[in-house]
Design a protein around this ligand. Structure first.
Ligand SMILES: [Zn+2]
Length: 234
């Protein structure tokens, strides 16, 4: 039994990771392909379509990475501040901190003498670690890592977004609008199933939801593109 909790938590951590990658790839596919579908509907040259796709891919990946970096950094800052405060409290009033941890273990179902014993032993071993984990919910696994998060976010967006760009490279301009829409919807459907499995949700419903959003988004950008429809330039 002693080992069951960390193993379980590790599994949840890994699934959370997979789910984040799937969401990033979803973003990459949907934003790159809707951008492309909109531009294609305005009848541009092939060069413009390609530049749009690559720029959209790079802009999206960088902005996802930057957003993730900023958000995880501020989480990391607030975690450090909390740990610093906890360290001060441990230096100032050890006994109050033992009582605090004892109460936490009692709330989790231990009898008072045992809770006090566990709190004392864990604090002898590593007081800050014990309080970080059981009072503040900061563990090695959840500790915020801004740079890794930024890379993962940019990478997953790129993995999704590169597919529509490859479609632009491979498919003739005249068929691009439909091929792009259909392949993107199929990718979204597949990722919807993967994401749902990772999060233990119902695959069909999750898939349908993301496909509907995808279709609506591409219809919207396609409409905008048609408003600006110009004569073919190449
Ligand atoms: Zn504490």
């Amino acid at each position: 039994m002693a080992h069951s909790e960390p193993v379980e938590r590790h599994k949840i951590g890994r699934l959370g990771w997979l789910r984040a990658m799937v969401l990033g790839a979803n973003d990459g596919i949907l934003s790159t392909s809707s951008l492309l579908v909109g531009v294609i509907a305005s009848n541009p040259s092939r060069n413009i379509v390609l530049v749009t796709g690559i720029s959209g891919l790079i802009a999206g990946a960088m902005s996802m990475g930057a957003g993730e970096y900023v958000s995880v950094s501020s989480q990391s800052d607030s975690e450090s501040a909390e740990l610093h405060l906890e360290q001060q409290e441990l230096l100032q009033d050890w006994d109050a901190e033992v009582n605090e941890l004892t109460r936490i273990y009692m709330n989790r179902g231990l009898e008072k003498p045992l809770a006090r014993e566990v709190a004392t032993r864990l604090m002898e071993h590593n007081a800050l670690e014990a309080h970080a984990r059981d009072e503040l919910n900061i563990s090695e696994l959840t500790a915020a890592k801004p740079f890794q998060a930024a890379i993962a976010s940019a990478l997953s967006f790129s993995l999704g977004g590169i597919v529509p760009v490859l479609v632009v490279l491979l498919v003739p301009l005249s068929m691009l609008h439909w091929v792009l829409s259909i392949t993107s919807l199929i990718e979204l459907a597949v990722l919807g199933v993967v994401g749902a499995k990772a999060g233990n949700a119902k695959p069909l419903r999750a898939s349908l939801r993301v496909v509907c959003w995808g279709a609506a988004t591409m219809a919207a950008t396609s409409f905008i593109g048609k408003l600006f429809n110009a004569p073919i330039m190449d």
